[in-house]
Design a protein around this ligand. Structure first.
Ligand SMILES: Nc1ncnc2c1ncn2[C@@H]1O[C@H](COP(=O)(O)OP(=O)(O)OP(=O)(O)O)[C@@H](O)[C@H]1O
Ligand SMILES: O=C(O)C1=C[C@@H](O)[C@@H](O)[C@H](O)C1
Ligand SMILES: [Mg+2]
Length: 178
């Protein structure tokens, strides 16, 4: 069964997901990257030109496709859980790991980042707090595992998630090369 990472923008889905896939020798797929390849422009440009609804349609299609893969770590976009259809798909077809972060930790990481369209507002910390209140219940609803990302390094998070995946029988660690 593929593994999906969910969480707010900046929670580490891409950074953690890539390393997790390396350790498992699985494929790594990032829905945001896949979508940018398909639409031929950045998500930010697409949001401005076509609107969030069109972006969410493509996102739902990509999650549906990836649910049929094996040996894949899927890093989802921060808003993937907003659609009921996606929550059902995630819960059914993936082992879902929620990277749970406080709005304050996220703000520290993302304040200089201009790539995340939802944070291009006058009060990004306020926006993150709103996003957390609105989405934390949805991430919890879909998650089979939840890990707090406040203090641990990316490496430590990967080790913790690997332990959980092995305990759940979802993944077997490949033998180490030496
Ligand atoms: N546990 C962590 N400790 C320190 N830095 C981290 C941690 N997790 C992520 N980061 C850093 O925070 C930034 C955002 O991480 P990343 O891009 O992986 O988030 P994301 O969840 O994929 O965000 P988005 O939903 O917007 O795609 C990156 O620079 C990443 O290296
Ligand atoms: O939190 C969100 O709604 C989003 C997060 C990003 O990963 C992208 O998927 C997009 O910018 C929307
Ligand atoms: Mg990402």
């Amino acid at each position: 069964m593929p593994v999906a990472l969910v969480g707010l923008p900046g929670s580490g889905k891409t950074a953690v997901g890539r390393r997790l896939a390396q350790r498992l020798q699985w494929d790594f797929v990032d829905t945001d990257q896949l979508i940018e390849e398909r639409i031929g422009c950045t998500i930010r440009e697409f949001f401005e030109r076509e609107g969030e609804g069109r972006f969410r349609d493509i996102e739902a299609q990509v999650i549906g496709e990836q649910g049929r893969t094996a040996n894949t770590v899927l890093s989802t976009g921060g808003g993937a859980v907003l659609r009921e259809e996606n929550r059902r798909q995630l819960r059914q077809s993936f082992h879902v790991v929620y990277l749970r972060s406080s709005p304050e930790d996220l703000y520290r990481r993302l304040r200089h980042d201009v790539k995340r369209p939802l944070l291009q507002v006058a009060d990004p910390l306020g926006r993150l707090r709103e996003l957390f209140s609105a989405r934390d219940p949805l991430y919890r609803e879909v998650a089979h595992e939840s890990v707090e990302t406040g203090r641990p390094s990316i490496q430590a998070l990967v080790v913790e998630i690997l332990d959980r995946l092995q305990a759940a029988g979802v993944a077997v660690m490949p033998p180490s090369p030496h």
